[in-house]
Design a protein around this ligand. Structure first.
Ligand SMILES: Cc1cc2nc3c(=O)[nH]c(=O)nc-3n(C[C@H](O)[C@H](O)[C@H](O)COP(=O)(O)OP(=O)(O)OC[C@H]3O[C@@H](n4cnc5c(N)ncnc54)[C@H](O)[C@@H]3O)c2cc1C
Ligand code: FES
Length: 247
């Protein structure tokens, strides 16, 4: 884990209230390996607590984050202009474990979708052929769909049916082989719970966006009960396997 000074390269709104920020290292060569499902913790000027955001992409020294401006910290982030500096603690969390399934399914909802993009690229690099199911409430909220579609089979769902399949991500799940299928998912807890119920026998990895303090295992404020005892979502997660979750 390192605390790296980075510079904002671009910070553009890609859907109402959702921004894609590209950050590059300010003369520091990063030797850390960044894995899909890991996150970074951003030090935003004027805020004591850092803000955790998933790694959406990491390529040629450029870190891409996609975030929704929901409160003061992320609104401040959305106003940062090209060339602005901020410190980034990375990499944090365990990330997804890439399993040798030839046709894994990635299931994301809203701002849970960004970490699945880097995962999708890494699965393809490993010779796999993922399918992505991306869920939104309505057509105007859709983002990253074309980025996924450029990589893999992509199914879009909207709750109101204004784009793609009408309904929830679970309405678009393909028939899974319980012995070989792998599902990787990230999204709001209600969606994760629905996926948990829908894919009872397959191998499923869930990424949680729990409220955090330190982000690296020191304060215990993200601790939650699992089958094998209490785990810190920041350090022992954010990715948990289906068998570990107490729902
Ligand atoms: C591992 C992880 C990965 C995440 N990845 C993304 C991502 O890729 N894109 C994205 O849009 N959002 C992501 N989030 C959620 C994001 O961290 C919050 O939306 C953000 O911290 C809100 O900060 P704020 O100052 O705007 O909101 P405020 O409500 O003002 O924040 C107050 C405090 O609560 C915390 N907080 C508020 N909402 C959340 C939340 N949903 N999750 C965790 N902490 C929260 C803040 O960090 C801050 O410490 C992630 C959260 C976690 C834990
Ligand atoms: S946020 Fe401090 S231990 Fe997880």
């Amino acid at each position: 884990m390192v605390d790296v000074p980075m510079l904002v390269g671009a910070n553009a709104e890609i859907a109402p209230g959702v921004y894609r920020m590209q950050l590059y290292t300010d003369g520091v060569a990063l030797t850390e390996e960044l894995r899909p499902g890991q996150f970074v913790n951003l030090k935003i000027d004027g805020f004591y607590l850092r803000r955790p955001i998933s790694i959406c992409d990491w390529s040629h020294g450029v870190l891409t984050l996609v975030y929704k401006a929901v409160g003061e910290g992320t609104r401040h982030l959305s106003a940062m202009e090209e060339g602005a500096a901020l410190r980034v603690l990375l990499p944090l969390g365990n990330g997804y474990t890439l399993l040798p399934d030839k046709q894994p399914v990635l299931v994301g909802g809203g701002v849970g979708i960004p970490p699945l993009y880097y995962l999708c690229k890494e699965l393809i690099r490993a010779g796999q052929k993922p399918t992505a199911i991306l869920g939104f409430n309505t057509a105007s909220e859709v983002f990253l769909q074309s980025a996924f579609a450029a990589l893999c089979d992509t199914i879009l769902t909207t709750v109101d049916g204004s784009a793609g399949v009408k309904g929830f991500v679970t309405d678009a799940l393909p028939k899974l082989n319980p012995d070989t299928s792998t599902v990787y998912t990230c999204g709001p807890e209600a969606m994760l719970r629905a996926v948990f119920r829908s894919v009872e026998f397959s191998s499923v990895q869930f990424s949680f966006e729990e409220r955090m303090g330190c982000g690296f295992g020191a304060c215990m404020c993200c601790s939650c009960k699992t089958v094998t005892g209490y785990k810190r979502i920041c350090k022992d997660g954010p990715v948990l396997r289906r068998e570990e979750i107490l729902w």
